[in-house]
Design a protein around this ligand. Structure first.
Ligand code: SUG
Length: 446
């Protein structure tokens, strides 16, 4: 039986913009109010997806969410026609309004935590959408994320869906961005690593001082319980609070794993030696590569600016691994030098490919933020909604769809344009038909 890791990338939505909504995410704050290009953003994402299929990978697509989120604005007390709601909210509460317009669902590493069938008690793939409670604009995502996941992974013989954790900071959960899995083969049981920023119910434990820790230990434990994971196969690691304070708002900004490789920065974790020895002991027999990048090779600041660790490590069909990196890694000298010598070392990583995902990077989303990994067997892949798996035909169709519906440029003032709401809904309605998702959006259900 063949086994795959399928990357489900978020298709960038038509309202992609820079609103400076993510305190603690340096890029989001630095680019606040810059003009964005939704069209370019969506195309950059599609190009990366297409390139991965050309490398022989199975590539999936996750649909964006409905924005502006009129139902959220109504829930917050804005009334009248949709156009009036937009106008009043933009004028009276511009920050709230911007939050309700964010296309942040594009970063599907935050869509959910996924445990493959080889790890779970009932042998099915388990999904828990992330509640994303720490940021208001992101907390609007989990309900529709759950619906989209169910429309893609609908066969309950293979797939089990849970509701997102309680919507409270105590259970702050950011999904796969703080979760990685090590294994020999994708279809064999592996070690699931959950990384958290703080304990919610014990304030005596270390926590960052400047920026928020979005993920709690208690949330990680709840997800592991829901997924029926064996404690002997789970490792919980606390993120180093000092790096959160330097802009590492998710673990996937400072560490990434794939199969028998864990690639991480020296300062990523609170107690690195303890974590590594627990991983080694639980992993058992077999080659395991801990690739540690030291501060004198690449500083935390350079890692955050280049997104060296927000790279995708892929196992190619020939068994070698490749790193999918953002162009920013090529432009940073220390990072580029590091990556150039890495492929010469005795590790499975043999090549680095650079991609332009600048539109996303400017909001703090690199290649790894844009994808949700699902390790699957051939039978499970066959049970996925086939209209969400990228092939030449879907790629062409989605490109034409973007050309037809997306704007070249967007500023804050444009977000209140009632025509943008019409354009977005028209686009999404057509998308649900292309991808055969059914009526997943609130506007399709009213
Ligand atoms: O949650 N940025 C996202 C970036 C998410 C990156 N994901 C991972 N690391 N996996 C966030 O901070 C910025 C939106 C704005 O400012 O307009 C934003 O939501």
């Amino acid at each position: 039986m063949k086994q795959f890791e399928v990357n489900f990338d978020g298709l960038v939505g038509p309202t992609h913009n820079y609103a400076g909504l993510s305190y603690g995410n340096v890029a989001s704050q630095n680019n606040a109010n810059a003009a964005s290009s939704p069209k370019q953003a969506a195309k950059q994402g599609l190009q990366k997806m297409k390139a991965l299929t050309e490398l022989g990978m199975v590539q999936g697509v996750l649909a964006p969410q409905e924005r502006p989120d009129i139902s959220a604005l109504r829930r917050l007390g804005f009334t009248g026609s949709d156009a009036t709601v937009l106008e009043k909210a933009a004028k009276e509460a511009p920050v709230l309004f911007a939050a309700c317009c964010s296309a942040s669902s594009m970063w599907t590493a935050n869509a959910a935590t996924v445990s493959p069938g080889a790890d779970t008690a009932d042998g099915r793939i388990h999904f828990t959408p992330a509640n994303l409670t720490n940021k208001f604009h992101r907390s609007l995502e989990p309900e529709v994320t759950g619906r989209i996941l169910k429309a893609i992974f609908s066969d309950d013989k293979y797939f089990q869906h849970h509701k997102h954790l309680p919507e409270n900071e105590h259970f702050g959960d950011e999904g796969a961005a703080n979760h990685t899995r090590l294994c020999r083969n994708y279809g064999e049981s592996g070690i699931e690593i959950f990384v958290y920023g703080r304990y919610a119910f014990d304030s005596s434990k270390p926590a960052p001082k400047r920026y928020p820790a979005r993920q709690t230990r208690e949330a990680c434990e709840a997800v592991a319980r829901l997924h029926g994971l064996d404690n002997e196969q789970v490792v919980y690691i606390q993120q180093n609070p000092d790096v959160i304070d330097q802009g590492v708002f998710h673990n996937d900004v400072i560490a990434v794993g794939n199969q028998n490789v864990l690639f991480y920065h020296e300062q990523a974790f609170m107690d690195t030696q303890k974590a590594l020895s627990e991983i080694r002991q639980k992993y058992g027999e077999g080659d395991l590569h801990f690739i540690q990048v030291n501060t004198d090779q690449v500083s935390v600041n350079d890692a955050v600016r280049s997104y060296l660790f927000n790279t995708q490590i892929l196992t190619l069909p020939n068994g070698e691994m490749a790193i999918i990196a953002p162009m920013e890694c090529r432009e940073n000298n220390s990072v580029y030098n590091y990556l150039s010598q890495l492929t010469e070392q005795n590790t499975p990583i043999k090549q680095v490919k650079y991609f332009d995902v600048k539109q996303s990077m400017q909001n703090g989303g690199g290649p790894a933020c844009l994808r949700l990994r699902v390790a699957m067997t051939e039978a499970e892949v066959a049970a996925v909604n086939p209209n969400t798996l990228l092939n030449e035909g879907l790629y062409q169709r989605l490109n034409l769809w973007v050309d037809k519906h997306y704007r070249d440029s967007l500023t804050f003032a444009d977000l209140a344009d009632p025509q943008l709401l019409v354009e977005s809904r028209t686009a999404l309605d057509e998308l649900t038909q292309i991808m055969k998702l059914g009526s997943v959006y609130p506007f399709q259900q009213d």
